[in-house]
Ligand binder design. Structure first.
Ligand SMILES: [Zn+2]
Length: 99
C-alpha cells in the first residue's frame, strides 16, 4: 500500500511552457496560470508588458483601427470603380482615366 497519493493526471495535463532552451528543445515546465510561459521564461507575476501597451507605438499605421479603416476605404473604392465600369459600358460617361 502506498503511503502517498500519486494522482498526477491534472498536473501532467496542465499547459506547458514552450520557450526554447539553450540546449535545444522546449522548456516543458508547467506554464503560469493564464500565461503561455513558465515562471522562469517570462510568466512570472509582474513580468511582461501591461495590456494595451503603447510604449512601442510609433505611428499607429498598423493598429487594428487603422487597418480596418483602410480596408473599408478599399471596399468603397472598389465599388466606385465597378460603378464607373458599368456606366462606361452603358455609355453614360465618357471619362478616360490617364494611365
Ligand atoms: Zn519555461
Amino acid at each position: 500500500m502506498r503511503a502517498h497519493i500519486t494522482n498526477t493526471g491534472p498536473v501532467l495535463a496542465s499547459p506547458r511552457c514552450d520557450a526554447n532552451t539553450r540546449c535545444a528543445g522546449a522548456c516543458r515546465s508547467p506554464s503560469v496560470h493564464s500565461k503561455k510561459r513558465c515562471r522562469m521564461h517570462g510568466g512570472a507575476q509582474g513580468s511582461g508588458a501591461p495590456r494595451s501597451n503603447q510604449n512601442a507605438r510609433k505611428h499607429g499605421l498598423f493598429t487594428g483601427d487603422a487597418i480596418a479603416e483602410r480596408r473599408q476605404i478599399q471596399v468603397v473604392l472598389s465599388e466606385a470603380r465597378k460603378l464607373l465600369e458599368e456606366m462606361k459600358k452603358r455609355k453614360l460617361v465618357q471619362y478616360q482615366p490617364k494611365v
